[in-house]
Design a protein around this ligand. Sequence first.
Ligand code: SAT
Ligand code: MN
Length: 601
Amino acid sequence: MSQPPTSHSRLLAWIDEVAALTTPDRIVWCDGSEAEWTRLTDELVDSGALVRLDEKKKPNSFWARTDPSDVARVEERTYICSVDDADAGPTNNWMPPAEMKQLMTELYRGCMTGRTMYVVPFCMGPLDAGQPMFGVELTDSPYVVASMRIMTRMGTEVLAKMGADADFVPALHSVGAPLRNGEADKAWPCNEIKYISHFPETREIWSFGSGYGGNSLLGKKCFALRIASVAARDEGWLAEHMLIMKLTSPEGVVKYIAGAFPSACGKTNLAMLDPTLDGWKVETVGDDIAWMRFGEDGRLWATNPEFGLFGVAPGTDFHTNPNAMRTLAKGNSVFTNVALTDDGDIWWEGMGEPPAHLTDWKGRDWTPASEDVSSHPNSRFCTPIEQCPILADEYHDPRGVPIDAILFGGRRKTTVPLVSEARDWVHGVYLGATLSSETTAAAVGQVGVVRRDPMAMLPFIGYHAGDYFQHWIDMAKGASGDAAKLPKIFYVNWFRRGDDGRFLWPGFGENSRVLKWVAERLDGKADAVETPIGHVPTPEALDLTGLDLEPADLAAVLRVDPAEWQEEIPQVTEWFVRFGDKLPAVLWAELDALKARLADA
Ligand code: SAT
Ligand code: MN
């Protein structure tokens, strides 16, 4: 190795320690340059890991296929290794940190033999933030390095800003596939054994065995959510699984809205929404993660710590998300587990008429007559957020944007109306804490099962979920005692179906009608009826201009059926019981109050 480009002694000592354990053939310091990107992607093309797409269709872009066993986050293999298991709580896997470190040390021993260890200094959020949030990922995967260059600010600038002693989160990653005695590499090396481990007290991340998304791009879910949520608890802020958007009315009134939805429930589509309502404008600040801190004005300000978009590909097209398509058309992207067209472009289900022939995500010939889908349901595009044509200027502002409203949402066929407004902050926290959704392909496991997914953070809370609910309740104190400064909380469900299985609401750009109602509620201008579960728009209060919606469907999508909500009560009770003494008493009180309102309805 040539002279390390830093004098940061803690970083240098850690790299020495990891190199001695993992025995890479060489160490490369990543500078984040264009030249480095070209060198890495050229190497990945030569090794067969990437296929270069047609320069005219998707400039400087690549197609990747993973091992068929390595396609999503592995929640079963994800651990919060706090010193005390009570700090991980009932929703996380736990192992004592010393035991996990011992076990993983044996897995890591010699695991980079025959490979390069890349040093990736990165920063979550703008480098000119008051307190820049640094991490350094050590990885033996050049695919991860290329993806990290899209998803985070990384390289020389970051290292320079870290100086000799800045704090950082050490994030160690290996695909766990050493190449001994000149063994040939696979296009997608990985290991059957996988561990995604977090050490909240020491703010460390150790990941082994997977090269995919949230398992390997350690700035994202591991740092910006699991580790950051612990820092946020300690320091009085929130690290949340939320999109951030700027909504401007025809009169020029601006509202900033954050929205928490589980993975693969349309956060990216909502963040880039193209309103069907005349004169309304949406601009994107973020599509997946929001860090929210109180400003001196007592309001909650949100920033997006990421630098790229890692969106679900299938279902994305000019109808559902035209701005994502425009972002991707500019190139500089990596597409993973989608299909390849014969003329060097990408294709996935939902992109209109399929071509007569494709290469599917498993590398097989595919035609419209094929039985399987061409693209994995959790296939992704990874693309620079600065290419988004509706990126808000505020994205670059280290202070972020003051949040007016928080939306919680999930995928529910029944029960949950299109939109409702919480009665107050604590009721809103109750709505978040009991949020439910049908599972998706974003995590390994069964798809379509209803599970509680509090604040859409179930797989991402880095500590005890009961303490997390209390932290949310305590946030009210940060608003300098002025509850009016807190965002208003809403609960939305774009996915309700009729008895015949049809979606009742058209979704996508038409969701601007719901956003308009939310914006008007914030200004005390839109009508609502009080129901046992919160305030629901009157049918007249939603602007349905130009929308062909049957009155019966409108009634059905807004309906609050006390009997359906009664059925939720035992599930919510069971859910709350899991948290034992750690469940804030005010949430039990909210449940009791809901029961009483339902009984009266
Ligand atoms: O694979 S990721 O965790 O990055 C994507 C997601 O599940 O939201
Ligand atoms: Mn996500």
